[in-house]
Design a protein around this ligand. Structure first.
Ligand SMILES: Nc1ncnc2c1ncn2[C@@H]1O[C@H](COP(=O)(O)OP(=O)(O)O)[C@@H](O)[C@H]1O
Ligand SMILES: [Mg+2]
Length: 306
């Protein structure tokens, strides 16, 4: 028997006046996975997450969290879920240690605060005031607060927005750590790279509707199976040689640079064999694999960065 999902969302809808923020959204989050609700700004990610957290009541549809109702059973869920606080909710002058102790006091069985600060790399900053922390340190503190009650399910909304690439990577490691400690993570992001690196499964949301959901690899394989290989060579007949290979769909030539497109696991090997067989002198070679950004473009007809 497979265990039932940690989160079950079925046909939820939420409007603000005439704005339909979330429209017939359904998905499940499985135990122990990192699940991402991903899409551009304004797509309905935060609204959906807040409905699952029990902070907003959907106009229609059903939500189960551990089989409980997020609003009616809020008290029972309080000890089992961890919600990331938003910037505005912390006093500027509060010290890191004080914030953690304050949040710990809200729960009967909080985790060890010192150990938590250590896990999140904040031990040195425990006496620093919130307003003096860097963006990455603030986000680490928010993760610490979300973990204070040792929850089974953690909600993280746009956790790395505004962080530089290095701080972002550090946060990704912390989120992986949360998963490795056996917890389920439900996150939102508009960063496709983040989703691809971090999430076991994602649901793509746009204009309040789920466009598709699967593992990142599964989405890429289904929607963007084509790979590209860029080869720089002045070898005459290179384009013809590549064009004859079975996995190759097409070859585009621009000066000395050939872009070979094709599908399947044999593509790269076939191209390398052809280079060797024809003794081509190659000055550059790179493969370009499709990403979740390409999936988004294919599914919606526009780039997520627009
Ligand atoms: N409190 C609110 N009142 C009115 N409209 C809102 C409110 N919150 C969000 N919206 C609107 O609902 C839509 C979805 O917003 P949101 O859920 O915040 O999306 P995301 O988190 O993906 O950026 C947007 O059009 C947004 O402007
Ligand atoms: Mg949002």
């Amino acid at each position: 028997m497979s265990s039932s999902p940690v989160v079950e969302v079925s046909g939820i809808r939420k409007t603000y006046g005439s704005t339909v923020a979330v429209d017939d959204v359904s998905f499940e989050v499985q135990e122990g996975e990192i699940f991402g609700l991903i899409g551009p700004n304004g797509a309905g990610k935060t609204t959906t997450m807040e409905c699952v957290e029990g902070l907003r009541r959907p106009d229609a549809g059903r939500i189960g969290v551990f089989g409980l109702d997020p609003i009616a059973d809020a008290r029972a869920l309080q000890t089992r879920i961890g919600v990331q606080f938003q910037q505005a909710e912390l006093q500027k002058r509060i010290k890191v240690r004080e914030a953690v102790e304050l949040w710990a006091s809200l729960y009967d069985t909080p985790v060890d605060a010192a150990r938590l600060l250590d896990q999140l790399g904040l031990t040195e900053k425990r006496d620093a005031r919130f307003m003096t922390l860097s963006g990455g340190q603030k986000q680490r503190l928010f993760i610490a607060l979300a973990l204070i009650n040792d929850p089974e399910l953690v909600f993280l909304d746009e956790l790395t927005t505004g962080l530089d690439p290095q701080a972002r990577r550090a946060i990704w490691e912390l989120v992986r750590d949360i998963k490795h400690r056996g917890k389920t993570v439900f996150l939102t992001t508009h960063l496709m790279e983040e989703a691809e690196r971090l999430c076991d499964r994602v649901a793509i949301i746009e204009h309040g509707r789920i466009v598709d959901h699967d593992s990142p690899d599964g989405l890429i394989a289904r929607h963007c199976p084509q790979r590209r290989i860029v080869v720089a060579t002045s070898h005459a007949g290179a384009a013809d040689a590549f064009g004859r290979l079975a996995p190759v769909d097409g070859v585009a030539t621009e000066g000395d640079e050939l872009t070979v497109t094709g599908q399947g696991d044999d593509l790269v090997t076939a191209v390398i064999h052809a280079i060797s067989e024809h003794r081509m002198q190659v000055t550059a070679f790179r493969t370009e694999n499709p990403t979740l950004e390409d999936v988004f473009l294919t599914l919606t007809g526009h780039s997520i960065r627009d």
